[in-house]
Design a protein around this ligand. Structure first.
Ligand code: GLN
Length: 482
């Protein structure tokens, strides 16, 4: 499948048209998505109409931007005006937002074409997309395996060539981990880099929207379009957005790469360890200098996350009460019973678990011991990174300790939570992180390399990733779908 940059070049040269491309993607979705199940909702008609509009501009001699006519998949946690936005939850099954998220306004202005909304773990809670209330998505590299999560639909869509790029959201790893499992590039921007306006909130102090693409340049182009201050999100930061695609050619001569010694854990897949070590060697070969760094609080980060994220979720999800919008259970004899039934019937088991954990952690008498303590751990995690970044420019480590596992394999929630040990600290510290393919297991499953950067230094992550990508063959491989 063509990359995002290749599509633009083909449109400009007249080799193909946006309509032809969008039609071929819709056709591909029709044939292949019944196996992968990346999409929850398809927006055929508006996609074709948008493609036609781009075509008209092209014919009128207007210059095309890099995302004009580029077909994208959007995680179903991002509000799309007039298009059902479910968060893969029964409670929002028929919710149609009356407005677009800021990222959608920006993508639409850039001429991008949304093909549809993608499946995810309910309210972005999970690491496998099995927590979707509707159906699980499958990994295009092995249909018996999960695509990762929670943005599994978006990652699988890009990997299977069912979209040229995608948006996901990352609260604790939900862009990077599925990117690793599906062999795509995924970027979690710095907290505040991308507007969260119109992103259905899971844990507001951790959530960030970011791109998936088949290559680093595609991810850079998408990030360019969505990044930047938004008056509608007071946590978005008013710092100028650099030219990300322009940063790609810089090379990595002299780049200081830190290797966190704590990012080797018991039970880690040896093939992941090997591939990541080889990737670090490759970075050295390209001119980078590596050194060991220590992030001593790493061991406590997961526990702190599983207090902070559920605490914020319990508060954010209080709004789903059957009153203003979303599902309402029938038959309650009074308001309280209606609330209770609506939430009992509307939320799935993992969401209920998080609400209970969070409510408990915030309750009087426990607040200091749990939530307060977790916040202090968060400060230490952030300090660890600050100290490391006094000596190095980026950190390199595995994205996840394992590769894609079989559907149904991880029944114990704690086993599922462990998928994110290497990604969660990055969210707690608000830093940018990127995952890109760095090899395959013997059985042909993709392995992800994670690069972690200084706040608002996505450019260095992208240029390091690009240098590595151009020197290695991994991004050229595609899954062979029947
Ligand atoms: N898997 C983690 C969780 O379940 C992270 C999810 C995410 O980043 N949205 O909370």
């Amino acid at each position: 499948m063509p990359t995002i940059a290749e599509l633009g070049a083909r449109y400009r040269s007249g080799e193909t048209t946006p309509t032809q491309v969008v039609e071929s993607y819709l056709q591909r979705i029709e044939t292949l998505d019944p196996q992968v199940r990346a999409y929850l909702t398809l927006t055929r008609e508006s996609a074709l109409a948008r493609a036609e509009a781009t075509e008209k501009r092209l014919k009128a001699g207007k210059p095309l931007g890099p995302l004009d006519g580029v077909p994208l998949a959007i995680k179903d946690v991002i509000c799309t005006k007039g298009v059902r936005t479910t968060c893969s939850s029964k409670i929002l099954e028929n919710f149609v937002p009356p407005y677009d998220a800021t990222v959608m306004v920006r993508l639409n202005a850039a001429g991008a074409v949304m093909l549809g909304k993608t499946n995810m773990d309910e309210f972005a809670m999970g690491s496998s997309t099995e927590n979707s209330a509707f159906f699980p998505t499958r990994n295009p590299w092995d249909l018996a395996r999960v695509p990762g999560g929670s943005s599994g639909g978006s990652a699988a869509a890009v990997a299977a060539g069912l979209a040229a790029g995608a948006l996901g959201s990352d609260t604790g790893g939900s862009i990077r981990q599925p990117a690793a499992f599906c062999g795509t590039v995924g970027v979690k921007p710095t907290y505040g880099r991308v507007s969260r306006y119109g992103l259905v909130a899971f844990a507001s102090s951790l959530d960030q929207i970011g791109p998936f693409a088949a290559d680093v340049r595609g991810a850079a182009l998408l990030l360019q379009a969505i990044a930047g201050h938004d008056p509608l999100d007071s946590t978005s930061t008013d710092i100028p957005v650099p030219d990300y695609p322009a940063a790609l050619g810089q090379g990595i001569q002299g780049l200081r790469v830190g290797i966190p010694s704590e990012y080797v854990i018991e039970g880690m897949d040896p093939e992941v360890g090997k591939a990541v070590s080889a990737a670090i060697e490759a970075l050295k070969g390209l001119g980078a200098k590596t050194e060991k760094v220590s992030l001593p609080t790493t061991n406590y980060a997961l526990a702190a996350y599983y207090l902070i994220a559920p605490a914020e979720a319990s508060s954010n999800l209080a709004r789903y009460d059957g009153v203003k919008y979303g599902y309402r259970a029938a038959g309650g004899k009074d308001l309280i019973q209606m609330y209770g039934r609506t939430r009992a019937e509307g939320f799935g088991p993992e969401v209920k678990r998080r609400i209970m954990l969070g409510t408990y952690a915030l309750s009087a008498g426990y607040y200091e011991a749990y939530y307060g303590k977790a916040q202090r751990v968060r400060t230490l995690v952030r300090r660890d990174f600050q100290q490391a970044f006094e000596r190095v420019d980026v950190l390199a480590c595995p994205t996840a300790p394992n590769v894609a596992f079989k559907l149904g394999e991880k029944e114990d929630p704690l086993q599922m939570y462990l998928c994110d040990v290497f990604t969660i600290p990055v969210n707690l510290a608000g830093l940018p992180g990127l995952s890109l393919p760095c090899g395959f297991t013997q059985s042909g499953l993709p392995i992800g390399l994670q690069l972690i950067g200084k706040p608002f230094d996505e450019s260095t992550l992208l240029s390091a990733a690009y240098a590595y990508e151009q020197a290695t063959p991994w991004h050229a491989r595609a899954p062979a779908l029947p």
